[in-house]
Design a protein around this ligand. Structure first.
Ligand SMILES: [Zn+2]
Ligand SMILES: [Zn+2]
Length: 143
């Protein structure tokens, strides 16, 4: 699975005149090991821990490339902060975010997919992507 991701990145880089450097490979590996959702700063920390020679700017640039070739997805929280997650072989889903403790819950509701198709049809729109973030309090925080 990871090798397929690596092939996708290598192909995308080649198409755009870039090379798959060892640094980019390391960043992809660290990124794919992410469980759940990570802030950019947390990812940078994990990369530097693995290889102290990799600069923060390189991490940012590489993550941008991962977003462009569809391996990474960036979501915006209600407070404007962003978090990252792998989007490769990861079912399309939406998020519930607790505004107090920052807990992020993923959910997948087929009805939302159907509903957005109806909306798109009504407005004669071709859907490219969608983002749905529901903010509120998780059960722990609401108690
Ligand atoms: Zn909470
Ligand atoms: Zn998610």
């Amino acid at each position: 699975m990871k090798n397929v991701a690596l092939d996708i990145l290598r192909f995308y880089l080649k198409q755009n005149g870039f090379r798959l450097t060892p640094q980019r490979k390391t960043i992809l590996e660290v990124f794919l090991r992410i469980k759940g959702h990570k802030k950019m700063e947390e990812l940078c920390e994990a990369v530097v821990k693995k290889d102290g020679a990799i600069g923060i700017a390189t991490v940012y640039r590489t993550i941008n490339l991962l977003k462009q070739c569809g391996l990474a997805r960036e979501n915006k929280m209600p407070n404007g902060k962003k978090f990252l997650e792998p989007s490769f072989q990861h079912e399309d889903h939406d998020h519930l975010i607790c505004t107090l403790c920052g807990a992020i819950v993923e959910f997948h509701e087929p009805l939302i997919g159907k509903f957005q198709q109806d909306v798109a049809h009504k407005y004669r729109f071709s859907i490219y992507s969608h983002r749905l973030v529901i903010s509120g309090l998780c059960q722990n925080c609401a108690d």
